[in-house]
Design a protein around this ligand. Structure first.
Ligand code: PMP
Length: 408
């Protein structure tokens, strides 16, 4: 905040495909798909048309109680049909963080209804990001998002993201009879782009099953073709108890998120008095947001962005790995999903005082948007990016690194 307050705002006025324009009319390559969400690219008039049609017919109406609407039902059915979850049910929300709150409360409530109210503990991973609401803040794998808010939600802990053995040890330390759920992103996104080891998810799925811990996947970044499939986690051949989604479900044209829940977890709330899950939000099942999502999914399917994205992933991987030999770069993490993390060396960061914010600003001045986190620059372009545009993205980032290196 201290940095951004010093200069004028960067006003984005218009966007089309992978391009953005600012108030001066300068053009920028959107190397981050906004905040990881614009999977189909900007300026899709068919989404605008679908929104216009829906908002002119039924703008919005609550789905409280037995109220419902066509777009909410159709979207839920479509998501359920593709979800890697047994006997899937869908809860709709307005975003990722809201969905995480719902999933965390649902997990705890499930155990209470099942007669095991002591199962409240939530385990998440270092580097994991699950939004910044109450539970999301409390299970964050990054201390900078947790500190300074007093006591957070109790009964949570964080384990190293790359070790299934660490998850099992933590379940045993807490006591399996006290653990409600385990949360993981298929590929850690905001924490720096960390793909899992090959057998990581088969192992953690086995461990969760062994101790009866609910396995909750946060696919907010990884879903809707960014990993070549619907929810990201299919890549690892496991079936979670819940999958949380947002972002790419509507490519961000309107805010939308949700949770796919297995029937086994959902059913108990419908049986018996006093077992209800007393949770919901005003804009759940918003018909116009759902219409935007349906039009977005139509594009993903019609243009087969599920297959295209695997080729984009390969090309982006090869291009980004070319930066691994840059003197400022310690490591390039890429190759699983259309995303990458370029980690700067300790020597560049602490030795020479180079900041990722400086590299970001230099790249933007050269017409390419990347995302700075404390030690890395992240990229996650729209899935419609061409090879030429990928090369432009990576060569501009490389030139920005050179320019910053020359100043220090
Ligand atoms: N989970 C993950 C994996 C995310 O990347 C994000 C957002 N970056 C969220 C949850 C939170 O979503 P929102 O910002 O829509 O609340």
């Amino acid at each position: 905040m201290n940095t951004v307050a010093r200069g004028p705002e960067f006003m984005v006025t218009r966007a089309d495909g992978v391009w953005l324009w600012d108030t001066s009319g300068d053009r920028y390559l959107d190397g981050t798909a906004s905040l990881w969400y614009c999977n189909v690219g900007h300026g899709r008039t068919e989404i605008a048309d679908a929104v216009h049609r829906q908002i002119s017919t039924l703008d919005a109406y609550t789905v409280y109680g037995d109220f419902s609407n066509g777009p909410a039902v159709e979207l839920s059915e479509r998501l359920a049909a593709h979800a890697p979850v047994a006997d899937p049910r869908v809860i709709l929300t307005s975003g990722g963080g809201e969905s995480i709150e719902t999933a965390a409360k649902l997990a705890r409530r499930y155990w209470a209804v099942m007669g095991q109210p002591e199962r409240t503990h939530l385990i998440s991973r270092t580097g994991g990001y699950h939004g910044l609401h109450g539970f999301g803040t409390s299970i964050s794998g990054m201390d900078r998002f947790r500190n300074g808010y007093g006591r957070l939600v109790e009964d949570t802990s964080v384990v190293p993201h790359d070790s299934a053995a660490a998850l099992e040890a933590e379940i045993l330390r807490v006591g399996p009879e006290r653990v409600a759920a385990y949360f993981a992103e298929p590929v850690i996104g905001s924490g720096g782009v960390y793909p899992p080891r090959d057998d990581y998810f088969t192992e953690v799925a086995r461990i969760c099953h062994k101790y009866g811990v609910l396995f909750i996947v946060d696919s907010v970044i990884c879903g809707f073709a960014r990993m070549g499939n619907w929810f990201g986690i299919e890549r690892f051949g496991v079936s979670p108890d819940m999958v949380v989604f947002a972002k790419g479900v509507s490519s961000g044209y309107l805010p939308l998120g949700g949770i796919v829940v297995s029937g086994r977890v959902a059913d108990p709330f419908y049986n018996g008095e006093g077992n209800a899950f007393m949770h919901g939000t005003t804009y759940a099942g918003h018909p116009t947001a759902c219409a935007a999502a349906m039009a977005n999914l139509d594009i993903l399917e019609r243009e087969d962005l599920f297959t295209v994205s695997l080729e984009v992933e390969r090309h982006l991987d090869v291009a980004l790995q070319g930066l691994a030999s840059h003197p400022l770069v310690a490591e390039v993490r890429s190759g699983v999903g259309v995303m990458g993390g370029v980690e700067l060396t300790e020597e560049a960061l602490t030795g020479r005082g180079i900041t990722t914010a400086e590299v970001f600003a230099e790249a933007r001045a050269r017409g390419v948007i990347v995302r700075p986190i404390p030690t890395s620059l992240l990229v996650s372009p729209p899935l419609v990016i061409t090879w030429e545009q990928i090369d432009h993205l990576v060569s501009t980032l490389s030139a920005a690194l050179d320019a910053v290196a020359a100043r220090h």
